[in-house]
Design a protein around this ligand. Structure first.
Ligand code: ZN
Length: 337
């Protein structure tokens, strides 16, 4: 019970403190890719703590050795003690229910979000087949439209889309920066990360933790793509390119080069950022791993118990109560010799 309460308290701590940490972290400006990973791990740590907390509620607190007789005795006594009373049974079943509910709801909402994004992109691709033309030199499709816009459609049939308006205003170097930005989105499979973050937000709509993670993840994915564009050309070229396609809105299921937040991104590119060195990357990586390691370490005891409990002999090969009593006369409810 103490382990379950510790895990649930850890989940509550992440839910309360997480949004402040996510929204106020400044180090992610210098290492957006590490930030994306850290915030997804934070999501997993919260969900994992809830699930493990539920499982810990349902598993008796066993302390067993390797001896078969001792294991049998521990299984019988602990399971009987856990589920003998109405209160113990309610707590145990509630724990399993909580773990299953969290897992199923998260899995379902992420799958639905992913499916909707795929459907949006499929409709978009169908329209592009009618309206746009392939440009083999650019590795993109070109849509005749006056508004300067550049975006990508991720997935198995990924496409980079440029409007004729964008081609008219972008210089060759700026065009290279825009293409590098979009290729970075496609290469890193930002569509999967976005679906994961958005799906969890819809699974827990009242939790500010997931709203903050979804918004910050979207922003950091743009910063990471901007950094790729800056590396392929120059940060000032990338900033100019962004300004030239800043007026566009992000189509559903796509990743645009411009769109909301472009002003801050341009300022960041102009002022320049010093990327993290190996030492700082290692420190943030360690801190990120610790987010998950804490609940896993707390749960290690009940997990071992769970595995041991699953080894309790059942079915036709299970020992009868009389056989157990013969082997272990100290088990409760055994008739006196
Ligand atoms: Zn982008």
């Amino acid at each position: 019970m103490i382990i379950a309460l510790l895990l649930l308290a850890y989940a509550a701590l992440l839910a309360v403190a997480g949004p402040y940490v996510v929204r106020r972290a400044r180090w992610v400006e210098r290492a957006p890719r590490s930030g994306i990973i850290a915030w997804q791990v934070l999501s997993l740590a919260f969900i994992g703590s809830l699930v493990m907390g539920g499982l810990a509620l349902s598993v008796p607190d066993l302390r067993v050795g390797t001896d078969l007789a001792e294991l049998l005795q521990a299984c019988l006594v602990a399971l009987r003690a856990q589920y003998a009373t109405p209160g113990g049974a309610v707590i145990g079943i509630s724990g399993v229910g909580l773990a299953l509910l969290v897992l199923l709801r998260c899995g379902w909402r992420v799958a639905v979000t992913l499916w909707r994004a795929i459907a949006d992109r499929r409709r978009h691709l169908a329209a592009l087949r009618l309206l746009a033309r392939q440009d083999g030199r650019l590795g993109a499709v070109v849509l005749d439209h006056a508004v300067p816009a550049a975006y990508c459609l991720p997935g198995l049939r990924q496409r980079i889309v440029l409007t004729s308006g964008a081609l008219a205003v972008l210089s060759d170097e700026q065009l290279q920066a825009v293409l590098a930005h979009e290729r970075a989105h496609l290469r890193a499979r930002h569509d999967l990360v976005a679906a994961f973050a958005a799906g969890l937000t819809s699974a827990f709509p009242r939790l500010r933790l997931f709203t903050a993670i979804r918004d910050e993840t979207a922003r950091l994915m743009e910063l990471a793509a901007d950094d790729s564009a800056a590396r392929s050309t120059h940060r000032l070229v990338a900033a100019e390119a962004l300004l030239n396609v800043a007026s566009q809105q992000n189509p559903a299921g796509a990743f645009a080069a411009g769109g909301s937040g472009t002003g801050d991104r341009v300022r960041r590119l102009i002022s320049g950022v010093t990327p993290f060195g190996r030492m700082r990357l290692a420190i943030t990586g360690g801190a990120t791993a610790a987010l998950l390691a804490v609940p896993l370490a707390i749960f290690a005891g009940p997990a071992a118990t769970l595995l041991d409990t699953a080894c309790c002999p059942t079915g036709p090969f299970a020992p009868s109560h009389v056989q157990v009593c013969q082997a272990m006369p100290t088990v409760r409810n055994c008739p006196p010799n």
